[in-house]
Design a protein around this ligand. Sequence first.
Ligand code: BDR
Ligand code: CA
Length: 310
Amino acid sequence: MSLTPVPMLVDCDPGLDDAIALLTAAHFADLVGITTVDGNVGIDYTTRNALAVAQIAGLDVEVHRGAARPLADQSRGARHVHGATGLGNVELPEITRSVESEDAVGFIIETSHRVEGLHLVAVGPLTNVAEALHRDASLPERLEGLTIMGGAAVGGNVTAAAEFNIWADPEAADTVFRLGGDITMVGLDVTQQVLLRPAQVDQMSAARTPAAALAAELLDYAIDRSLELRGWAGAPIHDACAVLAVTHPQLFDGRRQPVDIELTGAHTRGMTVVDDRGSYADSDANVRVLRSADADAVIELIVEAVTAVR
Ligand code: BDR
Ligand code: CA
């Protein structure tokens, strides 16, 4: 962990793993804001869920509501993974917190002016980030980095070729991958190496704090869904990996490569096309593509984070 926590704004669509990512960011980074986007569930639910996480964990952080639908397509969701509300079958308390604004894009831009060294971590569809780039093309110049959970060098999860966050708004991803500046892609290649198992549910439950209890319930649900949908004995907590790739970069390996977003393929729309040939010009290598992680260390840090938050 770096000595001074890095300032981080998380753009998310909670989402089981998004919620755990927010807790991870709250512990290891200086979480300066949360913006919400349509994705795993609709914007009303993703926003409510972000507020719920902030409230339950006692986070002193603003939540700003963002895009209600992708740039070009209809909103689709991933309720079969995250449940009808996005947070599995967790019963939430009454939400007393409310959003600071309905202008996530404005908040992202304003924060980039105000906060030196800001890391933007986008763990949902890239609609808000693309709109921010459309509104202010100089945004990347003020960011320390843009880290994305999305895509894969090989394969997909929502289709054979595409990962959910990119597939859910490919036009937004195309804008971001072309114009987003210093991008790190934390794709399925990495996140599916990091499976959390029932032992981690037990560790979280044992902490007996509201945030850890929430995380334990979410993880338990994620493990059940992962077993049913993929036959895996554990669940990838994709979005927390993206947070840790910023706060603990030494645990991840990757290199800069050219990456394009497939927009038109009948079977490949939303695919991240990573050029593995090695014969490209450095100037074409627009994205740092992470390929591997120290899975045990990442799992330990996620548990440490969610059990440390109140
Ligand atoms: C990504 O898609 C969503 O369902 C998860 O929250 C994660 O951000 C994984 O493909
Ligand atoms: Ca997400």
